[in-house]
Design a protein. Structure first.
Lengths: 281, 369
């Protein structure tokens, strides 16, 4: 009996799903890759444009800049929230988790328009500050890059909190006691013991936030007031309006490549399933 | 809306795969169940359109109701053919994709006349049959080989009467003059209309705009970039004004009247220099309902009653001059091609836009971002 050579019957159960994935997911992806080299004419012209066209470089730089700043802010804020959650009583932690999850579930469109209501020229905050006599002219919080960052960081914080919290909860408190016992100051204990122990969570959170930020469409389009053009919106315009499908496909391939590369990096720090399923800690 | 379309595309794609043997029957059926699609319609190869009915592809919302009552009802009464809707918005890219995929699920698209120029040239449209559709019931130059203009919308600007008590802005020159008229502005972010407005502000005559001088227009637009925000949809433009985000804002002209009413006259629309846009009905190549029925449909939509119905329901200006002449004195100022307005507005050139959309939009996006 060459049992090892026989196909596990479970594969037959999975086969329809695999077929579905192959047809619905892999097929179109290959098509996109194909388009990026063939539309409007065969060759690497679409990719060469990355080097030749300043407009594309500006687009990618804006996307990268916004995503990086979003990542840093989300992780720093997420870290402090997670730290608080890890160190409060169980009942408070659950309440905090509820708040995180509620904000996590609100649709991105609703959040975006809420920010305009709150921070717009005629919004609650500006009107309040003017009433109080603190400012004479409304401050431009939204419809610019600042607005995009506010909207994106707000959206991304839960994605940073969850993996970081998971990492923090896995730390054995006695390690910190041992550090203090051995003469380390609270600051030293944090920087040299606690932070390194939570590093996998921080990296997972940062990569998650960065990868999700890359594909952001609605928030930059609306809170940016048209002036913050990111890759996702540009791709949509090239597909739907200007019909430059080759350019769109090239950018999509570039995005996909970057995300896969980052996921590979992520996989070296921790199990992907742990990062992506981090909500149930 | 997006989800509905996604589901339909999923199932349609699956149907192709199933027929080609790439997908087994059971998972295909399960998928259809998940997507909530009636099997017969998919197995027939078309998710929606079929012979014996006309599917209109429009932008949903109010227009579904308005197109149904103004055109659908008389069309069905006359021909017995029902009118159905796909409300996912017929952007050029989607029409091209639909025709290329060989699965044409719409018969007539509520699109722009420049789409007719662009997609007609690439073979994605059925030519208009001018034995059935009348060239006289639209504006001169707006009855093209692959599309005919049924209604006009347009771009105009509105201003906050409280922001400018000492004298209101009256032209695009004022709109682009932030020294004389301080305050935030809003423009359409996909170039159309914004470029024409900038050129008129720069002194180009309203009837000598085309071919557009892109560099000249963009210089004018970037000069006020710090005081400008850009909108991508009609509702966004509306919100920017109603929420007081801008002191002067470009809007879709047919929405101006609503905004005036909604703000109790605080914001007023300026028709001087408004740019009239020919909205057109175009027919994707190989439409399921057949060319004959769809041409009949377009002919019905040119009738005076249908045109007046669309005006009162959507604010879109009739292209049929007979219908325009019947508008009341109260309505006429809001019809972009009324006799008085014709002396001050600019007419969009669909041929220039059909041939230059890609260059214009990308240059504009680069300039404002």
């Amino acid at each position: 009996m060459t049992r090892t050579q026989r196909l596990n019957p479970a594969w037959f159960l999975v086969a329809p799903l695999l077929a579905l994935v192959a047809v619905m997911f892999a097929g179109p992806l290959v098509n996109i890759l194909w388009l990026s080299f063939t539309d409007p004419e065969p060759g690497i012209a679409n990719y060469a444009a990355l080097i030749e066209k300043a407009s594309l470089q500006k687009l990618l730089w804006t996307t990268l800049r916004v995503c990086l700043i979003t990542t840093v802010l989300s992780v720093v804020l997420g870290y402090s929230i997670a730290y608080a959650m890890a160190n409060v009583a169980e009942s408070s932690r659950q309440r905090m988790m509820l708040f995180i999850l509620i904000s996590f579930w609100i649709s991105v469109l609703v959040r975006t328009f809420s920010w305009i209501m709150l921070l717009g020229r005629n919004g609650l905050l500006n009107n309040g500050l003017i009433e109080l006599g603190l400012i004479s002219e409304p401050i431009a919080f939204v419809r610019n890059e600042l607005g995009v960052l506010i909207g994106m960081v707000h959206y991304m914080i839960p994605y940073a909190v969850l993996p970081i919290l998971a990492a923090m909860q896995g730390i054995d408190g006695r390690v910190l006691q041992a550090s203090r016992n051995l003469g380390a100051s609270p600051a030293q204990t944090f920087w040299r013991v606690y932070l390194p122990l939570t590093k996998p969570g921080v990296i997972a959170g940062a990569l998650l936030v960065f990868i999700l930020s890359l594909g952001f469409y609605v928030t930059p389009a609306i809170l940016g007031g048209g002036k913050v053009l990111m890759v996702a919106e540009y791709i949509s315009v090239q597909v739907l309006i200007t019909l430059k499908w080759g350019t769109a496909a090239m950018l999509a391939v570039l995005m996909l490549g970057s995300v896969l590369g980052l996921l590979y990096v992520l996989s070296r720090f921790m199990k992907l399933s742990a990062a992506l399923g981090g909500g149930r800690t | 809306m997006q989800d509905k379309q996604f589901m339909r595309e999923t199932v349609t794609e699956a149907a192709h795969a199933f027929r080609a043997g790439r997908l087994d029957r059971r998972s295909f059926l399960a998928l259809c169940g998940m997507a909530g699609v009636a099997l017969p319609s998919v197995l027939a190869g078309r998710a929606e359109a079929a012979a014996g009915e006309i599917v209109m592809w429009n932008w949903g919302g109010q227009s579904e109701e308005c197109h149904g009552s103004a055109i659908g009802a008389p069309f069905t009464a006359e021909t017995g053919i029902p009118l159905k809707f796909d409300t996912s918005g017929p952007l050029q890219g989607k029409i091209k994709e639909m025709v290329d995929s060989g699965n044409v699920t719409a018969d007539v698209c509520d699109a722009d006349l420049f789409d007719a120029v662009a997609l007609g040239a690439t073979g994605h449209l059925e030519p208009i049959d001018y034995a059935v559709v009348s060239k006289d019931k639209t504006l001169p130059g707006y009855a093209l080989e692959f599309g005919t203009s049924i209604i006009l919308y347009g771009y105009a600007f509105m201003y906050d009467t409280e922001a400018y008590p000492d004298g209101a802005p009256t032209s695009w020159t004022d709109f682009f003059d932030v020294a004389k008229f301080p305050g935030m502005r809003s423009l359409y972010k996909w170039a159309n209309g914004s470029l024409e407005a900038a050129l008129m502000a720069d002194g180009v005559a309203r009837d000598a705009l085309y071919p557009l001088d892109l560099d000249r227009a963009l210089a004018r637009i970037t000069a006020i970039k710090d005081s400008t925000i850009y909108w991508g949809s009609g509702s966004e433009a509306h919100d920017m004004i109603v929420n007081g985000e801008v002191s002067m804002g470009m809007v879709w002209q047919n929405r101006g009247r609503n905004i005036e009413q909604e703000t109790n006259g605080r914001y007023k629309m300026v028709m001087n220099g408004a740019i009239a846009m020919p909205g057109a009905y175009i027919v994707p190549k190989g439409n399921a309902g057949g060319v004959e029925a769809v041409m009949k449909f377009i002919a019905v939509s040119q009738s005076v009653d249908a045109q007046l119905g669309l005006f009162s329901c959507l604010g879109m200006t009739p292209t049929n001059s007979e219908a325009v002449a019947m508008l009341s004195a109260e309505d006429a100022p809001y019809a972009i091609t009324s006799e008085a307005n014709m002396a001050v507005i600019a007419l969009n050139d669909p041929t220039w836009w059909g041939q230059n959309t890609d260059a214009a939009v990308n240059a504009f996006l680069e300039a404002i971002s």
